[in-house]
Design a protein around this ligand. Structure first.
Ligand code: AMP
Ligand code: ZN
Length: 700
């Protein structure tokens, strides 16, 4: 088998498994098997970069958009929908539809769940061999013009990067078309994202929709790739017109083409059936795994849609039936303050218990001091509390009739856990306890460090962590963004930093409650074993802001080529911001956070101590191949970030050649802004043209 055939076969297999996993939710292989195939493909592509195509499953994460997102006009406006809040309004809509059509004309409706995300328009164009390629992904923007978020859209696994000619044929779709649909963040992914945000000391998002919206507009595609977003397709257009004759047909065609289509839709013939569908959807609402806020009802026939037309801002042929908000009115009784791993103080509202959407809510987050000001809330006020699927209940509004005797919410001047003064740094909204040995902070640090995804020290659970710190354990509170610790009981702490775990003795452990000889022994072995964890886990364990699993892995991989194990760690500690930014996929925010972290003397000392304690910091070296061996490049135009000289040096040090003129022998023309005749020549000769991002991608 030739390398090309092998690569194409691997891609097909991977696409198939991605489809099963991300579109059908029915994987056929273990994650590890999928990873193995992916690694095989990556290795082959690294050895044959000339065979890399933009629709390869390895190419989901690409270069970062440098100057924010370009604005692009929509082929036809992305409108919002009119709303109906009850049966009467729904029937009134249906009456208007019938009145606008001929008397006695039958109307079919398609009911779909109203996914609570944000809409996207995906443009596909002709690829090779009759296939289609994803060319562009746009947000709704102001409805007329959207933002080009293609690099981020490419990371969504349920968005096909290419569609084969066979699939297009089966679906009855031409090579050039536009798909519109909704991008959502599943509740699980949302929780994970917020947990990671907390672990990295970052603000949490209020709901999955905000999280999805924030994610799709993130300027660092690797961050987008780490978060799971799903795309559900529901419209199919060509040149701004509906392509097929009906909505149901559209959904079927989209599905046949390999898009994810929401399976909870139904074609119905009467408003009675619509109402039954709505009732069913409401009962399913909590078990879907993603948020919905209603049902969208569309007139099925494209011809009828065209006759019904649009009002100023919405189509007359569709309506959104909105579920009642899951909110309730209750009284704010008190406000507590919790201290997280980064020392952040979070105000938590203590509420008179209220029943909202199936559960009793007695706590809600108030986020921070600014939020309290914004709401203008005082203790004793009546407040509107909202709750979504798995989301932390939130106070959204304060009743204007303030009862008599309300009290100002006062932020504590001292940490409720350690008693040290709290500070609020300039430009920051949060008050923090900056006492590095605050038991609240230390406890969260240890829990993070020991957790499965980090240093994976089995047996070092919350109860034990509390005991090691000389504290009594308490249950985390419902409604808290960060978990709390009770005031410490007077008992001597055995551990004052994560490093102290590594000097614990059997005798010490046996002084603790509820731990026997045997489990103490196992724990010591687990701790011992964790010294040999790979570098990336240690990095993750340090709890650097913005450094999640993937970033830690990228860093470890990159710095492994600068030295062996601890040397790699040292090189990382000494790296400048510029150096860090040059690491694949790492942007300025992340680079600054890492740099800042290692400027801290305490942090450096901790790493040194871990080294003395026998940490191996094992880093696996990335294979350095001459990626561009045998290729000739021609540079033309102004590249967005690289000076021409730099681009030349980079190409040459990767084994490639740079030539001044385009010929048949040219492998790639790298074109920037205002590229001139060389670009024309390339097109004439059929030489492949790439942009700076394409070049950087090849250089890895
Ligand atoms: P609204 O923003 O409340 O006016 O509702 C209109 C929005 O609902 C659209 O812009 C879409 O983003 C979204 N939406 C969610 N699910 C669907 C669906 N199945 N069909 C059409 N639009 C939907
Ligand atoms: Zn404190």
């Amino acid at each position: 088998m030739s390398v090309e055939t092998k690569i194409e076969a691997l891609r097909e297999t991977l696409r198939h498994h991605e489809y099963l996993y991300y579109v059908e939710d029915a994987p056929e292989v273990e994650d590890a098997d999928y990873d193995a195939l992916m690694n095989e493909l990556k290795a082959l592509e690294a050895a044959h970069p000339e065979l890399v195509t933009t629709d390869s499953p390895t190419q989901r994460v690409g270069g970062r958009p440098k100057e924010g997102f370009a604005k692009v006009a929509h082929s036809r406006p992305m409108l919002s929908l009119d709303n109906a809040y009850n049966e009467t309004e729904l029937r009134a809509w249906s009456d208007r539809v019938h009145a606008a059509l001929r008397e006695g004309e039958t109307v079919e409706f398609v009911c779909e769940l109203k996914l609570d995300g944000l809409s996207l328009a995906l443009h596909y164009g002709p690829g090779t061999d009759g296939s289609s390629l994803l060319q562009r992904g746009l947000t709704r923007g102001d409805g007329t013009t959207g933002e080009d978020v293609t690099t981020n859209v490419r990371t969504i696994r349920s968005v096909p990067l290419s569609i084969s000619a066979a699939k297009l044929k089966k679906a009855g779709i031409p090579q050039a078309f536009e798909v519109r649909g909704e991008v959502v963040m599943p509740q699980k992914a949302f929780q994970k994202m917020n947990e990671e945000a907390l672990a990295a000391g970052l603000p949490v998002k209020a709901n999955p929709r905000n999280a999805a919206a924030g994610t799709i507009r993130t300027l660092e595609p690797n961050i987008v790739a780490q978060r799971r977003l799903d795309f559900y397709a529901y419209f199919l257009l060509q040149n701004g017109e509906m392509l097929l004759t009906g909505q149901q047909e559209t959904l079927d065609a989209l599905k046949a083409a390999g898009f994810r289509v929401n399976l909870h839709g139904a074609s119905v013939k009467s408003i009675e059936e619509v109402l039954a569908f709505i009732a069913g959807a409401e009962t399913q609402r909590d078990t879907l795994g993603y948020e919905i806020d209603g049902v969208v009802i569309k007139v099925n026939s494209t011809a009828q849609q065209a006759r019904l037309g649009f009002t100023g801002k919405a189509p007359r042929w569709a309506i959104a039936y909105k579920f009642p908000a899951r909110a309730g009115l209750t009284q704010l009784k008190d406000v507590g303050f919790q201290v997280g791993r980064t020392g952040k103080l979070t105000p938590v509202a203590r509420l008179a218990p209220v029943f909202i959407g199936g559960t009793t809510v007695s706590n809600a987050t108030l986020h921070n001091a600014d939020e309290i000001l914004r709401l203008g809330v005082k203790i004793g006020d009546w407040v509107q509390v909202e709750r979504g699927g798995d989301v932390i209940p939130k106070i959204v509004k304060v009743d204007e009739n303030h009862p008599r005797g309300t009290q100002e919410i006062v932020f504590p001047t001292h940490c409720p856990v350690c008693g040290e003064p709290v500070v609020r740094e300039e430009g920051e909204v949060d008050w923090r306890c900056v006492n590095a040995s605050c038991p609240a902070r230390l406890r969260e640090e240890l829990r993070h460090f020991a957790s499965r995804g980090v240093m994976n020290i089995e047996g070092l659970g919350d109860a034990l962590v509390a005991q090691l710190l000389g504290q009594a354990e308490i249950e985390p509170e419902e409604g808290a963004e960060e978990e709390t610790v009770a005031a410490p009981v007077k008992r001597e702490a055995l551990v004052h930093s994560v490093a102290d775990l590594y000097t614990l003795t059997m005798d010490q452990l046996l002084t603790l409650e509820r731990i026997g000889q045997k489990s103490a022994q196992t724990l010591l072995e687990e701790i011992e074993k964790s010294r040999r964890n790979p570098l990336w886990r240690v990095l993750l364990g340090l709890g650097i802001r913005h450094v999640g699993e993937r970033t830690a892995q990228l860093l470890a991989e990159e710095f492994a080529s600068r030295g062996q194990d601890y040397e790699a760690m040292q090189a990382l500690m000494d790296a400048s911001e510029e150096e860090l930014q040059r690491v694949n996929e790492i942007g300025p925010i992340v680079a600054a956070a890492i740099h800042e972290f290692f400027r801290g003397e305490k942090n450096r000392q901790l790493v040194e101590r871990l080294h003395e304690l026998g940490f191996s910091f094992t880093a696996e070296k990335r294979q350095k191949t001459s990626q561009l061996e045998g290729m000739t490049f021609v540079l033309t135009g102004t590249l967005p970030t690289l000076k021409r000289e730099d681009a030349k040096t980079m190409i040459e040090s990767a084994g490639g050649k740079v030539s001044g003129s385009v010929s048949k022998k040219t492998t790639y023309v790298v074109a920037g802004e205002e590229a001139g005749s060389k670009l024309d020549k390339a097109n004439e000769l059929g030489v492949k043209v790439i942009d700076e991002a394409g070049l950087l991608q090849m250089l890895g």
